[in-house]
Structures are given as structure tokens and as C-alpha cells.
Ligand binder design. Structure first.
Ligand code: 13P
Length: 252
């Protein structure tokens, strides 16, 4: 039985004060579901430490929105897995669609980040998902398969157990256009079948696959009803503690 996993990706939002307030709101709102669902928040790098302090002695985990693949050195502006571990991160998002399509990250770079995250003791959340043109051209399976195979290249079965997959159709991100539960389930089932081919059925059955893309309190429950939807990666709605907490509660 896979435990639900809900993560909030705050993206480039909040400030010193509001990041702490938001974290405190999540901690207090999630008190009665402790242990029933895994929860993480991923603030901007600069607020990781103070958000981590606000999460102290709660069951809410800290995650980063990205990680660089080198451990240290002359990589101006980058952040290593060792640094993220040092400030208390448990998770690292890798290959978010905004990093793929706005910043220009490739599958090869993302694969290095997934490896570096695991090597540094972090749990990567590998994001995959198709553009609207790709969906319209019936290329969803092809695109997601490529992103999965390249993103996970070289990962042993043992390392694979550290990974969460997030299916985030790009057309649903920040648009208010959520995938229907059936659309999400179709791709999630495809991803799980692919994992069984790449690894085995046991591993495929254990890996959690989150859905992301305009997840909200009023659609979280129906998305989570689907057999292969094991959690949610929440953007906009994770910036309001009440909404995020409602999503977490709908995911138990
Ligand atoms: P929205 O929930 O704002 O659509 O963002 C989803 C997302 O990109 C989470 O990583």
C-alpha cells in the first residue's frame, strides 16, 4: 500500500515573513493527519533554513525546488545536494517543467541531478509531462516515456526506491485547467507499467506517482480516488495554508 505524498512547490514566491507564516500554517493545519500522509514544502532556496526552523519537530518535510549535480566548486549560483542536506532538506524536485521549458534543462542534465540528489542523501521528485501541442499530437506517452527513461538512466533498483515521480502535464500548470482524473490515471498507469518494464513489478508497485497541475481543494479528492494517483505536487494552491491543508486532508 503506497502512502499518499503531497508536496507544495512554492516556486519563486513568498518572502522572509510570509514563508515562515505559511510554514507555520501548514504545520498547525496538518496536526491531525500526522502519520497518515507524507507532506513536504519546497520554498525558494533563500528561505529553506527559516522554513526548516518553522517545521522543526513537525512531521512536515523540507524540499528544494532544484539541485545542482556537482558537489562543490566553481559553479556560480548553483546549490549542491550536500548544501541542501546541510540545511535540512529531505526532498529535491528535479526536472520541473518550468526548469525544462523556461530555463532550458535537458533530460541529460536532469538525470545528473537525480543521481546527485540520491548520492547526497536526498529523495528526488522527478517531474515529467507533455506540452499541449504534444498532447494534441497524441505524443503524451512518447514524451513521458522519453523523460522517464532518460531521467532515470543508470539508476539501480535500490536507488530507484528513493524516487517519487510527479506527472505534471504542462498545459495544466498554473492554468486552472486541471487534467481530469481519467486523464491523470491514464498517464499514471502508463508510467507504472513503464517502471515495471524498466525495473520490476514490485518496484513499480512501490513508487509513488504524484499528479501536479492546478490541483486545488475542490479537485484533490477526485484525483486521489484514482488507483495510480498517489499524491499531489501543488503549486499555486500551496501558497495559501488553508488550501494546502485542505488538499492534504483530501489526500489521506
Ligand atoms: P499549479 O498547481 O500552480 O498548477 O502548479 C503545479 C506545479 O507546477 C507544481 O510543481
Amino acid at each position: 500500500m503506497r502512502k499518499s505524498f503531497v508536496a507544495g512547490n512554492w516556486k519563486m514566491n513568498t518572502d522572509v515573513h510570509s514563508s515562515v507564516k505559511l510554514a507555520q500554517g501548514v504545520v498547525s493545519g496538518c496536526k491531525d493527519v500526522v502519520g497518515k500522509v507524507d507532506v513536504a514544502v519546497c520554498p525558494p532556496f533563500v528561505y529553506l533554513q527559516q522554513v526548516g526552523a518553522a517545521l522543526q519537530s513537525s512531521h512536515i518535510a523540507l524540499g528544494s525546488q532544484d539541485v545542482y549535480f556537482e558537489q562543490k566548486g566553481a559553479f556560480t549560483g548553483e546549490i549542491s545536494s550536500a548544501m541542501l542536506k546541510d540545511v535540512g532538506c529531505a526532498y529535491a524536485i528535479c526536472g520541473h517543467s518550468e526548469r525544462r521549458h523556461v530555463i532550458g534543462e535537458t533530460d541529460e542534465l536532469i538525470n545528473k541531478k537525480v543521481h546527485a540528489a540520491i548520492l547526497g542523501g536526498l529523495l528526488p521528485i522527478l517531474c515529467v509531462g507533455e506540452l499541449i501541442e504534444e498532447r494534441k499530437a497524441n505524443k503524451t506517452a512518447e514524451v513521458v516515456t522519453r523523460q522517464m527513461k532518460k531521467g532515470l538512466a543508470g539508476l539501480t533498483p535500490e536507488k530507484m526506491s528513493a524516487v517519487t515521480i510527479a506527472y505534471e502535464p504542462v498545459w495544466a500548470i498554473g492554468t486552472g485547467l486541471t487534467a481530469t482524473p481519467q486523464q491523470a490515471q491514464e498517464v499514471h498507469a502508463m508510467i507504472r507499467k513503464l517502471l515495471a518494464e524498466m525495473y520490476d513489478r514490485k518496484i513499480a508497485g512501490e513508487i509513488r506517482i504524484q499528479y501536479g497541475g492546478s490541483a486545488k481543494p475542490d479537485n484533490a479528492g477526485e484525483l486521489m480516488q484514482e488507483e495510480d494517483v498517489d499524491g499531489l505536487l501543488v503549486g499555486g494552491a500551496s501558497l495559501k495554508a488553508d488550501d494546502f491543508v485542505a488538499i492534504v486532508k483530501a489526500s489521506v
